[in-house]
Design a protein. Structure first.
Length: 406
C-alpha cells in the first residue's frame, strides 16, 4: 500500500489513542471513558500492518533468513527493551528495597514482581493469570504492571511473524491470514467455554480470553491482510469505513439494550472497569473483536488513500509528537496515576470533592496529564533517543544490504 517510509498520521493515531487509554484508566467520573479495549485492538492491527510492510520490503531484497530475522529483532529490541526493562528493573530494585527495610507500602506497590516477575521478564505476562491458576497462585490485588500484558502480546508477535513471512510465499501468507481471521472467532468461542469448564470464574476466563495470543491472532492477521491487499476491492473506502463504524456502534447499543431486556445491565456485568467481563456477555467475544479490528484496518486504509478520517486531529504536529512519545505515555501512566492521586488526596480536603466534584476532578486531571506527558517527553528525548540513534548505527553497520527504501 504505497511506498515504504515514515507514516506520520500513524503517529497521530498512536498519540490520540494512547491518550484514550490514559482516560480509560482514570478512576474518577468526568474525565474517564467507558471504552478502552478497542484502542488496544487498534494498536495490534497497526502493528500487524506496519511490521508486515517492513518485513515484506526486506524480503524483497532476497536476504538470508538470519539477516532478515536478526535485523528485525535488533531494531525492535533497541526500541522496546530499554524502556521496558528499565521500567521493570527499577521497580524490581524497589521491590528488594521494600523487603530489606520492611516497608509495607513498597512491598504492596511491587508485589507483582514477587508473584509474576518471571512472566514480566520473559514477555509472557499476558499468560500470568492463566498459569497462576494451575500453579495454585492467587493474582495480586494491586499492580502497577497490569497494563504491560499488551507489550508481552506484541513481543510474541514480533518473535514469530518474521519466520512466517520469510518462509511463506505471498499467496500462502494471504491464504494463511484469511484462515486465521476465520478461525480465531471459533478459537475464542471454544477457548472461553473450555476455560469456564476448568475454572467457572467469569472474570478469570474473560481476562485470559482478552489477553492471550491464541484469542488475539486475528488482530495482527487483519493488519497483515491490509498490508498484503490494501483492500483494493473496496472502492468507496470512506463510505465503507464510516458504514462499518455505524455497524459497530449499533452492535454496542443493541447489546446494552439486550442485557437490560435479560434483566441485567452494562454496569452490573462489568461496566467501565471490567470490560473483559462485558465482552464475554452474549458471545460478543466471538464477533465483536473481529468487527473492531476491521474498523481499525478500514481507518488505516482510508488514510493510506489520502482520505483521512478527521485529518486535523491525527495529522497535527502536537498529536504526531504525542505518538512519538506514546510508548512512554503507556508505560508510565499507571504508576504516575497511583502516586499522583495518593498525593492529591492527602493535600486537597475531602469536603472539596463532595461540594465541587467536577472542579476537584479537573484539578487532579490536568496536572496528572501534564506530568505523564513531561515524563514521557524526557524519557524519549534523554533516554529512548540514545538507543534509537544506536539502533541506526548498528543497522548501518550490520545490515547495510537491507537498508534503504523499498
Amino acid at each position: 500500500m504505497g511506498k515504504l517510509g515514515y507514516v506520520g498520521y500513524l503517529d497521530g493515531f498512536r498519540g490520540f489513542f494512547c491518550l484514550l487509554i490514559v482516560a480509560y484508566h482514570w478512576p474518577m467520573k468526568y474525565m474517564s471513558i467507558s471504552f478502552g479495549w478497542e484502542v488496544l485492538q487498534t494498536f495490534f492491527v497497526i502493528s500487524g500492518y506496519l511490521i508486515t510492510r517492513i518485513l515484506l520490503n526486506d524480503k524483497s531484497k532476497n536476504p538470508e533468513f538470519k539477516d532478515i530475522y536478526n535485523r528485525f529483532l535488533y531494531r525492535r529490541s533497541f526500541r522496546i527493551f530499554p524502556l521496558y526493562f528499565g521500567f521493570v528493573g527499577f521497580w524490581t530494585l524497589i521491590y528488594f528495597v521494600g523487603i530489606l527495610i520492611q516497608s509495607g507500602t513498597l512491598k504492596m506497590i511491587t508485589e507483582d514482581i514477587g508473584t509474576n516477575g518471571v512472566y514480566l521478564y520473559t514477555y509472557v505476562y499476558n499468560f500470568a493469570s492463566f498459569f497462576n491458576f494451575f500453579r495454585g497462585v492467587e493474582d495480586v490485588n494491586f499492580t502497577i504492571f497490569g497494563h504491560l500484558w499488551s507489550l508481552s502480546l506484541e513481543e510474541q508477535y514480533y518473535l514469530t511473524i518474521p519466520i512466517i513471512i520469510y518462509f511463506l510465499s505471498r499467496k500462502q501468507l494471504l491464504y494463511g491470514v484469511i484462515g486465521i481471521i476465520i478461525i480465531t472467532p471459533l478459537v475464542r468461542y471454544f477457548g472461553y467455554e473450555w476455560m469456564m469448564s476448568v475454572n467457572p470464574d467469569h472474570k478469570w476466563a474473560s481476562v485470559n480470553l482478552y489477553r492471550m495470543m491464541p484469542f488475539q491472532m486475528d488482530s495482527f492477521a487483519i493488519g497483515t491482510l491490509l498490508a498484503l491487499t490494501g483492500f483494493k476491492r473496496i472502492k468507496r473506502h470512506v463510505f465503507a469505513t464510516w458504514s462499518l463504524f455505524v455497524v459497530i456502534i449499533l452492535v454496542y447499543v443493541g447489546n446494552r439494550y439486550l442485557v437490560e431486556f435479560q434483566g441485567s445491565s452494562f454496569q452490573a456485568i462489568g461496566g467501565n472497569r471490567n470490560l473483559e467481563q462485558w465482552l464475554t456477555t452474549n458471545y460478543q467475544h466471538v464477533y465483536l473483536f473481529t468487527l473492531v479490528n476491521f474498523g481499525a484496518a478500514f481507518a488505516v486504509m482510508s488514510f493510506e488513500r489520502g482520505a483521512g478520517l478527521i485529518p486535523w486531529l491525527f495529522s497535527n504536529k502536537l498529536m504526531v509528537y504525542f505518538g512519538k512519545i506514546s510508548y512512554g505515555i503507556y508505560v508510565f501512566h499507571i504508576p504516575i496515576l497511583y502516586f499522583w492521586l495518593v498525593g492529591y488526596a492527602s493535600v486537597v480536603p475531602l469536603w472539596v470533592k463532595k461540594r465541587y466534584e467536577f472542579l476537584y476532578e479537573i484539578a487532579a486531571w490536568l496536572p496528572y496529564i501534564a506530568i505523564v506527558l513531561l515524563f514521557s517527553h524526557l524519557s524519549y528525548k534523554y533516554y529512548e533517543m540514545y538507543f534509537l540513534h544506536l539502533k541506526e548505527k548498528v543497522d548501518a553497520k550490520k545490515f547495510a544490504k537491507l537498508r534503504g527504501k523499498g
